[in-house]
Design a protein around this ligand. Structure first.
Ligand code: FPP
Length: 247
């Protein structure tokens, strides 16, 4: 009997694959503290964070999440010491090299949100190549935010609209018209945004798109985040009732 009850309780903690969030956003926070706790350089925390990203992105693809957006490097992260910035860029390069090898097999799409034009020519070439390969696939779409800031994204969209308006090409500004000019154009808004690492804020991540997102915060540091922790977040999300301003 006890065993039966335990089985039932375990079952109740499984994700409902019929009611998955279409789009999950993740603020990958806590890499530095993870390294500090182990007396390691911060770059070691980012390296472990990149491993966690690989595991979570694969898991999202496997369970049928349509879009995953991760905050890899913000417009403010340039303020970090050069060796830390270089370490993050190096990890991104390594990941994109691998991704290019595997995209055909996994049939994933990859997009980049942010002004990538300022990145190194090597990284830019990898971004171009992954973007090009992505046009052939329609599987899980992974969006990597790189040199990204939510306010910067809105400003750019408004600026581009203003220019079109001045040329007489468009009429009154609307929510749709602005959405269409964001880096995320064509991607549904995130249903669920996760922030591991203990802080409870959005830090300029998907400011426009998060208007109705469910926000899930966890104290687990990103490098320690497991697929079972993502399950917990999805189960929490599945118990929410989303009203979008209604009753
Ligand atoms: C925030 O933690 C994390 C970052 C600014 C970098 C995230 C980068 C990666 C996970 C590696 C590369 C990404 C990919 C997609 C391959 P923090 O450094 O602010 O941590 P702290 O708050 O503990 O200091």
């Amino acid at each position: 009997m006890l065993q039966f009850r335990r089985k039932k309780a375990e079952k109740a903690r499984e994700i409902d694959t019929q009611n998955l969030p279409r789009h999950i956003g993740i603020i990958m926070d806590g890499n530095g503290r993870w390294a500090q706790q182990r007396s390691l350089p911060r770059s070691a925390g980012h390296a472990q964070g990149a491993e966690t990203f690989r595991t979570i992105a694969n898991y999202c693809k496997d369970i049928g999440i349509e879009y995953l957006t991760v905050y890899a490097f913000s417009t403010e992260n340039w303020k970090r010491p050069k060796d830390e910035v270089d370490a993050i860029m190096g990890l991104l390069e390594k990941y994109l090299y691998e991704a290019i090898e595997r995209m055909e097999r996994d049939r994933v799409k990859m997009k980049f949100f942010g002004d990538v034009s300022v990145l190194s020519p090597k990284l830019l070439a990898l971004i171009e190549r992954t973007s090009e390969i992505s046009t052939h696939y329609s599987g899980c779409q992974v969006n990597i935010c790189l040199n990204y800031g939510g306010r910067d994204e809105i400003l750019r969209a408004a600026q581009s609209y203003a220019e079109e308006y001045a040329r007489g090409e468009v009429g009154e500004l609307s929510e749709q018209a602005l959405s269409d000019r964001l880096f995320s154009a064509g991607v549904p808004d995130p249903d669920l945004i996760l922030r591991p690492g203990g802080e409870k804020r959005l830090s300029n991540f998907l400011m426009w798109q998060s208007a109705y997102s469910e926000l899930y915060f966890s104290d687990i540091l990103w490098p320690d985040f497991k697929t079972s922790d993502l399950d917990e977040a999805i189960i929490w999300y599945q118990a929410r009732s989303r009203r979008y301003g209604g009753i």
